[in-house]
Design a protein around this ligand. Structure first.
Ligand SMILES: [Zn+2]
Length: 379
């Protein structure tokens, strides 16, 4: 880990937080450059060969020094943190001391605050409704005024609340976006398509496009996402070679829900792969009513599209639904997540993990076990 940059760091942080919370829409490039700068200062010392054993953390009220000690003890070697938490000097210093690199989680299109100020930025679903489902509120991906030119990590997809899409879900029941006026104007122009005059409402236009040019619309929607990943990655790498870029992915295999990874989320992993270092499917098995083996099947499937880049994130505690998920279930999930060709595992999230001592012990044991196996293979 680099040292001796604390004064510079503090300036970066003050500017970053000011920008992120006060002028996100107006100054996207500046914000992203600053976020990149912060990532560079913190995140550029990942060992190339060591699997990532990371943890996601969005908020924390306790003692940061004790937290970093505990992470180091159980073998957590990377932290994925919110901008709010990352702005905390004490937290940052504690992680530095323990040589734990940081990835800042940047929620690209999930922007409830921005939407509160300007609801015209909402993505629009094929039902003609605003892209809002529970706490998920998405900005449309085609607004030039909103497109940043730097790095990003999370919520880089078209709108979908995938956390409650279960295995028996019918593909046609998953809403798709975006069919807002901006997208409905841009798509025909880009693809040389003319919508018939009989299509007046959003629902009519969405229906016609889906029936007559579904493939072109997928290409258009995926292009918006891929080009943003490309722009952000290139900007980041101009600042410093070797910066790590992780793209969070909806955990859908190629054929799941009628190809919904493309058709709904618009995450074309094959197209995105050249611009990222890691692609991290959110394999939250309990909330999605999946078993542990499903995690390695997602990794294997995505690895075909993005070879050697898949870093699964797994759930550590029951969430959303009441289905059982014990510490031993978690152990099985970790083992499945670490199976080749996985690049490691990221635990979602620390506050959930620390609810039970037993689960932290399972994580500790499995990380040590996986490292011993790697050492054995070397000898
Ligand atoms: Zn749109």
């Amino acid at each position: 880990m680099r040292t001796g940059k604390s004064a510079k760091d503090i300036i970066y942080w003050k500017i970053a937080i000011f920008n992120l919370y006060n002028s996100f829409i107006m100054k996207p490039l500046k914000i992203l450059l600053i976020v990149v700068s912060i990532c560079l200062v913190w995140g550029s010392c990942i060992h190339k060969t060591e699997p990532i054993t990371g943890v996601k953390i969005y908020e924390y009220q306790g003692d940061f020094e004790a937290l970093a000690d505990q992470w180091a003890d159980i073998g957590i070697n990377t932290a994925f943190v919110s901008t709010t938490l990352a702005a905390n000097d004490t937290f940052r210093e504690a992680l530095k001391k323990h040589h734990i690199p940081v990835f800042i989680i940047f929620p690209v299109f999930q922007q409830p605050e921005a939407l509160k100020n300007d609801s015209g930025l909402f993505a629009i679903t094929d039902k003609g409704t605003k892209a809002r489902h529970d706490w998920v509120e998405f900005v449309c991906a085609s607004r030039q005024s909103y497109r940043p030119d730097g790095i990003s990590i999370d919520f880089i997809r078209q709108f979908v609340f995938w956390e409650m899409v279960y295995p028996d879900h019918k593909p046609e029941n998953i809403d798709r976006a975006c069919f807002c006026d901006s997208c409905l104007a841009l798509f025909p122009r880009q693809q040389g398509i003319t919508l018939p005059d009989t299509c007046v409402t959003t629902v009519q236009k969405a229906g016609w496009i889906t029936a007559h040019c579904a493939v072109q619309y997928d290409t258009f929607r995926c292009g918006l996402i891929t080009s943003l990943v490309k722009d952000l990655a290139e900007t980041a790498r101009k600042l410093q070679r070797g910066i790590k870029i992780n793209v969070h992915a909806v955990p859908w295999r190629t054929d799941d829900f009628g190809g919904a990874g493309i058709r709904v989320a618009a995450q074309d992993l094959k197209a995105i792969a050249p611009y990222a270092d890691y692609i991290s499917p959110m394999c939250y098995s309990q909330m999605l009513k999946r078993d542990a083996g499903w995690i390695s099947s997602v990794v294997a499937d995505m690895d075909k599209r993005a070879p050697g880049m898949i870093l699964p994130s797994i759930q550590v505690y029951p969430y959303y639904i009441g289905d059982a998920f014990s510490a031993e279930d978690l152990r099985e999930c970790i083992q499945e997540a670490l199976k080749p060709p996985s690049r490691g595992v990221v635990f979602w999230s620390w506050p959930l993990l620390q609810l039970e001592r037993e689960r932290i012990e399972v994580v500790d044991e499995e990380i040590q076990d996986s490292r011993s196996k790697i050492e054995d293979q070397k000898n």
